[in-house]
Ligand binder design. Sequence first.
Ligand SMILES: [Zn+2]
Length: 317
Amino acid sequence: MGIYVIIFHMNYIVFDLEWNQPEGLDSKSRPLPFEIIEIGAVMLNDRFELVSKFNRVIKPQVYSRLNRHIVKMLSLKPGELENGDTFENAAGKFLEWCGDDYIFCTWGNQDLTELQRNMNHYTMAPLSEKPFRYIDVQRLYSIMINDMQQYALETAVDRMKIVKDVQFHRAYSDAYYTSKILKLIPSDIIEGNPAYDVYHLPASKDEEIHVSTATGYTTYSRAFNSKEEILEDQVLLTLWCPVCKGRALKRKINWFNHSGKNYHAAGKCPEHGYVTGLMRIHPGELGGFYAEKITSLASEHDFLKLSEQAKKVPSRK
Ligand SMILES: [Zn+2]
């Protein structure tokens, strides 16, 4: 007779990358916006205890000339990168080290994007074919201190009075400090505010991502061919009450473009009051466009402010 013991083995992989970019060439016209030159990570178990460390220096293959700011910031030793591993080897070893059951944790959302761009450049198998959940420690830190600015890692470390026993701005040390901050974030904040990587967009409407948090309700749409198609999609344009969820609201302020890629709208739930919608249209990493739509409860003051802004721009139908 067997006794079945179920052990929950999910590890937290807190990682950070260092990258190089050529000077004087804008990121859109480069074959690779940022070339990864170092991967550093710590693995924590489900009790947030340090289990293992990872660190690899990578020899640049795309941009051999190092940006002088990067050399200065990383305080690289002469020959350090030249003796590094190839990206394919380093990334392969990293993913092998991660194991099978883990969740990525990073400071901000850029490291996962750059990791996947570099893997794509070398035609490595993708991390995932669809969106996946990760932990954005930078965002959770802002939520914890109730201040939605984006803080630099070192600023957060100072404010949390974490002992600075390792030099900053190397991949391993930044992963180490990010893990120190992660450990201080209450689990309800971690659980209640999941982040999703959408390097691979939802393939269909059914796979679209809907996330409900204390601050609102967010949808990441599938890929559309153009921004115009998004702005004509009646389901995406629908404003839902973030509390009732299933309740579609009549729009008191129709979608308008105030600045840049941000579109705004507002309505009122008979039960929960004013609701504002924010829709950002982003180019997809692998083509097309997608919408990130956030609906939140709002005050009358927020509503009136939006209403003033809406009057200043030509409205959409
Ligand atoms: Zn409601």
